[in-house]
Design a protein around this ligand. Structure first.
Ligand SMILES: Nc1ncnc2c1ncn2[C@@H]1O[C@H](COP(=O)(O)OP(=O)(O)O)[C@@H](O)[C@H]1O
Ligand SMILES: [Mg+2]
Length: 256
């Protein structure tokens, strides 16, 4: 279909599908940031959106979070349409942006309390803060200022904040950028645990060596989907015996 074709009707989400992306387009003037992308993400999947800088990952995520109106096309996320029901989408998702706003001059506990208030948790708040501290391995650091945390601890606190309202779908934009390898491993362990508990998790990364960690992935080049599937399927399609990193380098070169 053409990028500008209207999307087919999205009556209701298919069973087992947490996110349905249909002909999604975002143009910023002459810049075609996302140019007609269609794919599904299954419930509980750890789904990767990969691509070099400027390929449209953040723009895609922001549309899927109901924060940016598509130029054309739409998506169903957590049962709501991002183009026509963005407020409903926002209630059903957690979002950790590339510049997630933690308050350095507040403690771990105070940051969690602040975000819990934003989500209007009230009676459930104390229990959710305890959950977040325990799950994000921050139980000992409740009284520490966020500014005094390590990069990995800060990233886990941000993740805890994004999950306080127990969203079924979680979006993480470049969560491992600038985080050291040990903290990255810990982070991936936590992500796998969240997925096992039933959360659908969409992660963008420009680290091609993280590609093997995803159940399925979409590779974007200049706003287009150029590869899609499980790591095994992508390798079978583009080069048996090649690493995913090599395949993505090849795809980038053929787009350039
Ligand atoms: N608000 C904006 N206004 C104009 N251009 C934008 C805007 N946001 C993103 N772009 C452009 O869209 C393209 C995709 O950007 P982005 O989605 O941030 O890519 P990625 O996250 O993969 O690095 C880039 O060319 C970028 O410069
Ligand atoms: Mg980005």
């Amino acid at each position: 279909m053409n990028a500008t074709d209207p999307p087919a009707a999205l009556a209701s989400p298919r069973a087992g599908v947490a996110v349905q992306v249909l002909g999604l387009v975002k143009h910023f003037g002459a810049v075609k940031a996302v140019d007609g992308v269609t794919f599904d993400i299954g419930t509980r999947e750890i789904f990767g959106i990969l691509g070099p800088n400027g390929s449209g990952k953040t723009t895609t995520i922001r549309m899927l979070c109901g924060l940016l109106k598509p130029t054309a096309g739409t998506a169903l996320v957590a049962g709501a349409d991002v183009a026509t029901q963005p407020e409903r989408v926002k209630n059903g998702i957690g979002y950790m942006s590339q510049a997630f706003g933690l308050y350095g001059d507040l403690t771990v506990e105070e940051n969690l309390r602040f975000y819990g208030g934003v989500y209007g948790l009230e009676a459930a708040l104390a229990g959710r803060i305890a959950w977040a501290k325990q799950r994000m391995l921050l139980a000992e650091f409740g009284a520490r200022l966020a500014a005094k945390l390590s990069g990995g601890q800060r990233q886990r606190l941000a993740l805890g904040c994004a999950l306080l309202h127990q969203p079924p779908v979680l979006f993480l934009d470049e969560p491992t950028a600038g985080v050291d390898p040990a903290a990255r491993r810990l982070f991936w362990q936590i992500i796998r645990g969240l997925s096992a508990d039933g959360t659908t998790i969409i992660v963008t990364t420009h680290y091609m060596d993280e590609a093997e960690r995803f159940d399925r992935l979409a590779f974007l080049s200049r706003g287009h989907l150029t590869a899609f599937g499980t790591p095994t399927e992508v390798k079978r399609t583009f080069g048996e015996g090649m690493s995913l990193e090599d395949i993505f380098v090849k795809l980038q070169e053929s787009e350039a």
